[in-house]
Write a protein that binds this ligand. Structure first.
Ligand code: 13P
Ligand code: SF4
Length: 326
């Protein structure tokens, strides 16, 4: 389909498109259609290289809210594109592949979450942004890995708090805040796939290295970490730390931006339990974003994210409650 369409518009007749050609085509289309490309640090380097904004979940939510582009092309996963639609509902929001999901968002079917809420009446519902628009609509306030501690601290003392869906982030936030959180049993398939045994062996091999970790990692990894933070915080830490070697316990896409910012430092991805081509941790959903799909999405203005007015209005209350904090 893609090749046929390129033929129709005359690009193939010039040359078989290489990645560089596609990049040029995407940038032309982006300008023509007044679109903005937002990309998460976990998507491929070639997509990060052409995005207008590359960031963590919080930075991308702020970028989606303030953009005056007509089209937001979100290179990330489904819940992120939904978040952009909630924050800027008059814009057309595109996601290159609708199948780009997230194990955390998938862990909370709405009926089960409703039952969980009913089992804890009166609890304030704090939901990690990695959840569906429906779950956001059922929540009081959203958080990201950047601001989860501040968000939980903003809940009046003495109130019960449900924290969903990431139990690892929730456990970390409970330790940081001293609050007793009622945790939903969800996890990120990528961060729980980091091998603690291989990590310990790697630390023994590189004793000079600092271990920096995303809070979606399991507690035994976070307990060993020298620094814990969101993807953006990890990148900033690698920049300001005087240390020259880091073991990085998060998705490997983060290495693209880190290598750009600290080319002189040694960056070692934390080893995965199951080995893939890079022996590191890769999010299969984030990697569904390809240059071809980005081009198609911009060209056809599909697949588009659509949400009901009711979900948008309820979910935006929880989102804006968060964005008023940080
Ligand atoms: P942040 O973007 O908040 O670092 O979260 C990482 C992540 O897993 C996104 O899905
Ligand atoms: Fe979801 Fe984990 Fe992939 Fe982030 S890295 S999108 S939390 S599965």
């Amino acid at each position: 389909m893609f090749t046929e369409e390129l033929n129709r518009v005359g690009y193939i007749s010039r040359s078989v498109p290489t990645d560089k050609d596609l990049r040029t085509l995407i940038l032309e289309l982006k300008k023509q259609k007044n679109a903005v490309i937002l990309a998460h640090y976990y998507v491929s380097a070639e997509i990060q290289a052409l995005a207008d904004v590359v960031g963590d979940s919080l930075a991308l939510a702020h970028a989606a809210k303030k953009t005056d582009a007509d089209i937001i092309l979100f290179c990330g996963v489904h819940f992120m594109a939904e978040t952009a639609k909630i924050l800027n509902p008059t814009k057309k929001v595109l996601l290159p592949d609708l199948n780009a999901g997230c194990s955390l968002a998938d862990s909370t079917p709405t009926a089960d979450f409703e039952a969980f809420k009913s089992a804890h009446p009166g609890a304030v519902v704090v939901s990690y942004i990695n959840c569906s628009a429906e779950v956001k609509a059922m929540s009081d306030i959203i958080c990201t890995s950047s601001n989860a501690v501040d968000v939980v601290n903003s809940v009046p003392a003495g109130k019960k708090i449900i924290f969903a869906p990431d139990k690892n982030l929730g456990t970390y936030v409970a330790k940081q805040t001293g609050r007793d959180l009622i945790l939903w049993d969800g996890a990120c398939v990528v961060h729980v796939n980091i091998s603690i045994d291989k990590l310990i062996a790697l630390q023994a091999r590189f004793p000079e290295a600092e271990l920096i970790a995303h809070p979606e990692c399991e507690p035994e990894i976070l307990d060993r970490a020298d620094f814990i933070g969101s993807t953006k915080a990890l990148i900033e830490y690698a920049k300001v730390s005087p240390v020259n070697t880091f073991i990085i316990a998060t998705e490997a896409g983060i290495l693209y931006k880190m290598r750009e910012l600290v080319p002189e430092k040694k960056l070692i991805p934390a080893p995965a339990l199951e080995t893939n081509s890079c022996a590191c941790s890769e999010c299969p959903y984030m990697k569904m974003n390809t240059l071809e799909k980005v081009f198609n999405a911009l060209y056809y203005e599909l697949p588009e994210i659509t949400l009901s007015d009711d979900i948008i209005s309820k979910a935006s209350v929880a989102m804006n409650n968060m964005m008023a904090i940080k």
